[in-house]
Design a protein around this ligand. Structure first.
Ligand SMILES: Nc1ncnc2c1ncn2[C@@H]1O[C@H](COP(=O)(O)OP(=O)(O)O)[C@@H](O)[C@H]1O
Ligand SMILES: [Mg+2]
Length: 346
């Protein structure tokens, strides 16, 4: 439909009213003197035209004032009073603007509802995952304790062994709870990043030494660049240690026997890029987009067997996001995996 400006519509209505009034005057006046009849009609036309304009303008002002009020209310809902409301004055486009604001507001609500629905699904999933993860060690402990109570305590061939198994299950629960605590602290922003200047190569060497036992158990060698040139970064040392430990431990857990894990460092402008590369199992392409989600595992039973919680990479991602940095993964099944992340140069 063609859009007419408000002014044009007002003028047209005023002209129609004035023309109607003049026509009535012409029809009913019995003045016959010269062109007096036409003069009277013209005068009536002018008077009624002007008064119609004034009347219509006043009505329009009252109506649009109300619309402007509605517009402000809707805008207020949308902007949550963080943006000043604009009063452009009445220009006749208030109805269009109100329409636009209401549609935008409806879109906002729709997005908000979608977001809340997703959060709700996530919350349910999260609770389900947590209870599922805790169930296994708890049932194991229960089994061992019941067997011991049922006479196993007196049986010297199993009593010590069952207590040790129960202890391992308790360790597993502690690991899960520690990871859950870390993730909830990172997500609620409770955990502050405390940056300092340090040599990330020395830290990586430290991490490799602390994981050497695990690696040699599987015949895996952990290597760092031969030149041992330092690379200084400005980051939270404790958190970066957590990131490197998680990646190195993963490379051992999911690495092949007698394989190799290489840690490399690259200069990347304002940042240092750090790579942890293994020649292990690799990860299928379809898993890569979800790899950093909480509890996501490629092979659930293998991960649990290895003492994994599925939270390690989610924690790693949170820590790096806390540093305003990111992490990437490249992997080919059967060939190996490369995790790379950046840290600000120190
Ligand atoms: N270097 C790797 N090689 C192959 N698969 C990996 C590697 N790192 C992680 N993964 C896969 O990603 C999943 C998620 O890793 P993570 O969050 O650390 O949990 P988990 O506790 O299972 O180690 C793992 O279960 C494993 O399937
Ligand atoms: Mg892990």
């Amino acid at each position: 439909m063609k859009k007419y400006s408000l002014k044009a519509v007002l003028l047209a209505i005023a002209a129609i009213i004035a023309a109607a009034v003049s026509a009535v005057v012409l029809a009913f006046s019995n003045v016959t003197y010269g062109n007096m009849k036409w003069r009277i009609a013209a005068t009536f036309f002018c008077i009624s035209f002007i008064s119609s304009i004034v009347l219509l303008y006043v009505i329009q002002l009252l109506v649009f004032k109300k619309i402007q009020g509605l517009l402000d209310t809707v805008k207020g809902f949308r902007s949550q009073s963080d943006k000043p409301l604009s009063h452009a004055g009445f220009d006749g486009n208030e109805i269009d603007r109100l329409n636009n604001e209401i549609s935008a507001w409806a879109d906002d609500r729709k997005n908000e509802i979608e977001r809340l629905k997703k959060l709700e699904v996530y919350r349910k999933e999260f609770l389900g995952n947590v209870s599922h993860e805790l169930k296994t060690p708890i049932f194991n402990i229960q089994g061992y304790v019941l067997t011991l109570l049922d006479g196993g305590l007196e049986d010297e061939t199993i009593n010590r062994d069952y207590l040790m198994r129960a202890e391992r299950s308790i360790d597993r629960m502690i690991t899960i709870i520690d990871d859950l605590e870390a993730i909830s602290q990172l997500e609620t922003g409770e955990l502050q990043i405390e940056p300092e200047r340090f040599d990330v190569v020395a830290l990586a060497r430290d991490v490799c030494e602390s994981q050497e036992m695990k690696a040699t158990g599987k015949g895996i060698i952990l290597t760092l660049p031969g030149d041992s040139k330092p690379h200084y970064v400005y980051a939270d040392r404790f958190r970066v240690r957590q990131v490197l430990t998680n990646l190195v431990v993963n490379s051992i857990k999911y690495g092949k026997e007698y394989g190799e894990t290489k840690i490399r460092f690259y200069d990347a402008g304002d940042n240092i890029s750090i790579e942890v590369a293994d020649n292990g199992l690799g990860i299928g392409k379809e898993h890569l987009p979800r790899l950093f989600e909480r509890f996501y595992r490629v092979d659930k039973s293998r991960s649990r067997e290895m003492g994994g919680t599925g939270l390690g990479l989610a924690i790693v991602k949170h820590i790096l996001e806390g540093h305003n940095q990111s992490i990437n993964v490249m992997s080919t099944e059967g060939v190996g995996t490369v995790f790379s992340f950046t840290l600000k140069k120190g």
